[in-house]
Design a protein around this ligand. Structure first.
Ligand SMILES: Nc1ncnc2c1ncn2[C@@H]1O[C@H](COP(=O)(O)OP(=O)(O)OP(=O)(O)O)[C@@H](O)[C@H]1O
Ligand SMILES: [Mg+2]
Length: 151
């Protein structure tokens, strides 16, 4: 059941290490569950949040130490919003960074993280300042199901 009482913002802070990446996925899933998403919508949200968190781990804090700040809230009663922030290296050219297959990560990376976020979420916005950090905002509308039925 959807109700207004569930509309506060929830925050999570994670040390930027790949061992913590699973917390971000579980957090995203637990929060999105409030809007009763389909399994597919849930998978999309977990993947998109995970891509943003992985970027913070890999690119924002290449030397290891750092904190990732994640917040989640519901907008308009039907849309989940996640904000993933870091205080790491920042991105020189955000438009270029968001192009498919653009990567500074060498052969280990395919440069598809932002493209995946854009295909799985309704809205992706990125702001970044060199030497200060990056903020990624992801939104997805979850369409309501008919009572007891499928969407
Ligand atoms: N949080 C961040 N801090 C600093 N740079 C970032 C951050 N997120 C992304 N970038 C930059 O944007 C580029 C593109 O990111 P994207 O996620 O699309 O691809 P990737 O991480 O390089 O590869 P993939 O996600 O496919 O493994 C990165 O290579 C990096 O240069
Ligand atoms: Mg990436």
């Amino acid at each position: 059941m959807r109700n207004k009482a569930s509309e506060g913002r929830i925050k999570l802070e994670l040390p930027a290490s790949s061992i913590n990446e699973g917390f971000a996925r579980v957090f995203a899933a637990a929060f999105a569950a409030r809007l009763d998403p389909t399994i597919e919508e849930m998978a999309d949200i977990k993947t998109a949040v995970s891509e943003a968190v992985t970027n913070a781990i890999v690119h924002a804090y290449p030397n290891g130490a750092g904190v990732i700040y994640i917040s989640a809230r519901i907008i308009n009663g039907d849309t989940v919003e996640f904000v993933i922030r870091d205080k790491g290296e920042g991105i020189l050219n955000v438009k270029q960074a968001m192009e498919p297959m653009y990567t500074t990560g060498g052969e280990d990376r395919s440069g598809m993280g932002f493209t995946i976020m854009q295909s799985f979420m309704d809205k992706v916005s990125v702001t970044s300042h060199l030497g200060k950090g990056t903020r990624v905002r992801l939104c997805k509308r979850i369409s309501p199901r008919a009572a007891g039925g499928k969407k």
